[in-house]
Design a binder for this molecule. Structure first.
Ligand SMILES: [Zn+2]
Length: 133
C-alpha cells in the first residue's frame, strides 16, 4: 500500500512499519515480512494448520491471487477454517501496522498472534451459539 501512496505523492512510510525493511506492499505485509512470518508461524502452530507450500508468494503479483490459489488447494470442508485463519491473521497484521504508524506503539509477534487467537475463539463461540457451525 505504501507503493500506491508514494505513486500518488501522498504521505507514506519509507519502510515497512513491521520490520523496518524496504517499502511495504500487500504481499509483504500479509505474507513475506519477517514479523508477519513469525505471527503466521505462531498462529498456524496453534490451529495445527499449514499454508500451501506449492505457492511461492514471491512469484505472484498480489495477495488476492495468493488467496484464491491457496484456497483451491484445501478440501471444501477445510476452506472455511483456512479462510477464517487468513482473514483474522491479515486483519490483525493490518491493525498492528496501523498501531505502529498512528499510535506509535507496538505489540510483539506473540501478542499479535494472541489477538488472532482471540478473534478465532470468539468466532467459534459465536458460530456455536448461532448454530451455524
Ligand atoms: Zn516488513
Amino acid at each position: 500500500m505504501q507503493v500506491y501512496l508514494a505513486r500518488r505523492g501522498w504521505p507514506h512510510q519509507p519502510s515497512c512499519p513491521l520490520c523496518n525493511g524496504p517499502l511495504d506492499s500487500g504481499l509483504h505485509l500479509c505474507l513475506t515480512c519477517p514479523f508477519t512470518q513469525e505471527v503466521w508461524s505462531r498462529v498456524l502452530a496453534w490451529v495445527n494448520f499449514s499454508l500451501p507450500q506449492q505457492i511461492d508468494p514471491n512469484s505472484i503479483p498480489n495477495i488476492r491471487e495468493w488467496w484464491e490459489k491457496s484456497e483451491t488447494l484445501f478440501p471444501k470442508d477445510r476452506r472455511r477454517v483456512f479462510n477464517g485463519v487468513v482473514i483474522y491473521t491479515m486483519w490483525n497484521l493490518w491493525k498492528e501496522r496501523n498501531r505502529r504508524i498512528f499510535k506509535h506503539c507496538s505489540l510483539s509477534s506473540l501478542q499479535v498472534a494472541g489477538k488472532v487467537r482471540e478473534c478465532v475463539s470468539l468466532y467459534r463461540s459465536a458460530s456455536i451459539y448461532l448454530g451455524s457451525n
